[in-house]
Every structure is written in structure tokens, then in C-alpha cells.
Design a protein around this ligand. Structure first.
Ligand SMILES: NC(=O)c1ccc[n+]([C@@H]2O[C@H](COP(=O)([O-])OP(=O)(O)OC[C@H]3O[C@@H](n4cnc5c(N)ncnc54)[C@H](OP(=O)(O)O)[C@@H]3O)[C@@H](O)[C@H]2O)c1
Length: 277
């Protein structure tokens, strides 16, 4: 772990040792006046990324974070609480790639959905007034939604969906994957896509419910798709550079303090996108 520099504003990106997360840290370091914390599940890979950015004249800090490990999240929370007392920007970027196979489904959901939710739940109390939370979903969420049964689509599109109902939806997918009954139950065999539906809805619920809490009402929570980006996740088939992929997440992370929207939305190329009818 590198030493904090005592600045008040704090921004944190998960899964930032490479790919889009790395480029988001680069963008924050260039545009943000405060401490930017690059997190990674592997300390060596994380420190290497920090050193690469230092060669560019940037100064991110490092903290280890495995989003699928509660102790790791709690350790980070304690660090943030002790040294900063709050958090101004949280970018939920960490995720693992897709798999069609049932035995991979639980692992994919464990990191991409349950891990992201655990980070949010732990760090939520630290969010300062006017904080910004950005979660990397994907256009794959729309693709997957379009292939689900009408019953599941209605549950996804329910504007009043609660976090408990969302968790139930994801658990049902996991159980159907385990019993090899996904298609019968109206799902598509695409755990990554379902995980990205999950985080998109998670962000919607968090953004919507934030409005109800007076002290947190000006916090903006949004999900986004970075586009099709050239990274390890897609074997470098993506057409955008990582810096181009970081543009929409950075736009959401750096929304000015006086704006009230977007909030609880899904953003592609800086535009709000709804679930198709
Ligand atoms: N690339 C695209 O075209 C695209 C499109 C739509 C959405 N996205 C989303 O954008 C985000 C970044 O993707 P990317 O393409 O940059 O992928 P990537 O290059 O594979 O990077 C993923 C990052 O997540 C980290 N990670 C994985 N599991 C983790 C865990 N348990 N705890 C902490 N970190 C973990 C990885 O760390 P390790 O190096 O240790 O594995 C890595 O740093 C993801 O949420 C992805 O779903 C990407």
C-alpha cells in the first residue's frame, strides 16, 4: 500500500491494474485534484500499474482489493475511513469475462454481481455529499435481456424493483444454471450478460433510492457501457483504445457538483439508454 498524501478528495477504481480501469485511473489523475486510489486484487500487478502511471508523471496510490473477498473489502474500508474519512468517487470496474457454461456461472456472478454489491454496501457509508458512483455494466445487458422470457423481462423492467427482488432474480439464474434448466426457466445461457443486467439494475435501484435519503440526495449513481474496447477480456478484439473506453466512465465520475442528473441511468456514449420494449 502506498502512503496517502493527505488531500481531502478521494477517488477509487476497482480492478484497475489493466484495461479500462487502468485508463480510468489515468484520466482521474489528469483531471482530478485529490488522491486517486488504484486498486487491484494482486499487489504486484497493481504496483506495476502504479509505476507505469508514475512514468507518465501521474501519482496514483495503490491499495489491494479483491472484490470477491469480504475481508479484503473491509480492510480497504478501514483504510479509507482512517485516512480520509470519506470517498468522493467510486468506480466499480472490476469484472471477469464471459462464459456460457453453467459451472462458470456462479463464479461470474460471484465476482461481477455479488462482489460489486459487497463493495458498494461496505463503502456506501463513506460516500460524501455530491459523491459519484459509476458501475461498468455493458451493452451485453441489453443483448441478454432481449433473449429472456417476457416474464423475466417484466421483472427486469419493473420500475419499483427492490434490491431484495434483484438478488432473488440473480439467485434464480444461479440455481437454474446449476440444475441446467436455464432455457426452460426463460433465461439465456450467458452468465456475463446476466451479471451485467444485475449491476445495471443495482445501479438503477441505488440511484433511485438515494433520492429518498436527504443527506445522500445529491449523490449520483449511474451504470454505463464503455463500448467495445481492446482489452484482455475480449482477447483484444475490441475496436476502442482503453482511453476511449474510459471516456464515458470518466464523464460520469466527474459530473460537476451542481448537476442533478443523470441518476440511476444506464449511459452509452454519454447518452441515456432504456431497456427496449
Ligand atoms: N472490454 C470491453 O469491450 C467491455 C465492454 C463492456 C463492458 N466492459 C466492462 O468494463 C470493465 C473493465 O473491463 P476490461 O475490458 O478492462 O477487462 P480486463 O482488461 O479483463 O480487466 C478486468 C480487471 O478486473 C480485475 N478483476 C477481476 N476479478 C477481480 C476481483 N475479484 N477483484 C478485483 N479485481 C478483479 C482484473 O484483475 P486481474 O488482472 O487480477 O485479473 C482486471 O484488473 C468490466 O466491468 C467489463 O465487464 C468491458
Amino acid at each position: 500500500m502506498t502512503q496517502r498524501r493527505g488531500k481531502i478528495c478521494t477517488q477509487l477504481v476497482t480492478g484497475a491494474n489493466k484495461g479500462i480501469g487502468f485508463a480510468i485511473v489515468r484520466g482521474l489523475c489528469k483531471q482530478f485534484d485529490g488522491d486517486v486510489i488504484l486498486t487491484a486484487r494482486d499487489e504486484d500487478r497493481g504496483m506495476r500499474a502504479v509505476k507505469d502511471l508514475m512514468k507518465e508523471g501521474l501519482n496514483p496510490l495503490f491499495h489491494k482489493l479483491d472484490i470477491s473477498n469480504q475481508t479484503s473489502i473491509q480492510t480497504l474500508k478501514a483504510f479509507l475511513h482512517k485516512h480520509y474519512g470519506g470517498l468522493d468517487v467510486l468506480v466499480n470496474n472490476a469484472a471477469i469475462g464471459s462464459s456460457l457454461f453453467a459451472n462458470q456461472a456462479v463464479k461470474t456472478l460471484q465476482v461481477n454481481f455479488w462482489g460489486t454489491l459487497a463493495v458498494y454496501n461496505q463503502l456506501f457509508p463513506l460516500l460524501r455529499p455530491r459523491a459519484r458512483v459509476v458501475t461498468l455494466s455493458s451493452r451485453a445487458s441489453t443483448w441478454t435481456y432481449c433473449r429472456c422470457s417476457d416474464v423475466i423481462k417484466d421483472r427486469i423492467r419493473n420500475p419499483n424493483i427492490t434490491m431484495e427482488q434483484l438478488k432473488e432474480l440473480i439467485r434464480e439464474f444461479e440455481e437454474s444454471a446449476h440444475s441446467d434448466t436455464l432455457e426452460e426457466k426463460g433465461w439465456v445461457k450467458f452468465a456475463y450478460g446476466v451479471s451485467k443486467i444485475g449491476v445495471r439494475l443495482m445501479s438503477y435501484i441505488q440511484g433511485r433510492d438515494m433520492t429518498k435519503e436527504t443527506k445522500k440526495a445529491d449523490i449520483l449513481v449511474n451504470a454505463c457501457c464503455p463500448g467495445f474496447v481492446n482489452t484482455d477480456m475480449n482477447d483484444h478484439k475490441g475496436t476502442k483504445t482503453i482511453d476511449e473506453g474510459a471516456e464515458t466512465p470518466l464523464y460520469l465520475a466527474l459530473l460537476p457538483s451542481d448537476v442533478k442528473s443523470p441518476k440511476g441511468e444506464f449511459i452509452e456514449e454519454k447518452n441515456v439508454t432504456q431497456w427496449p420494449n
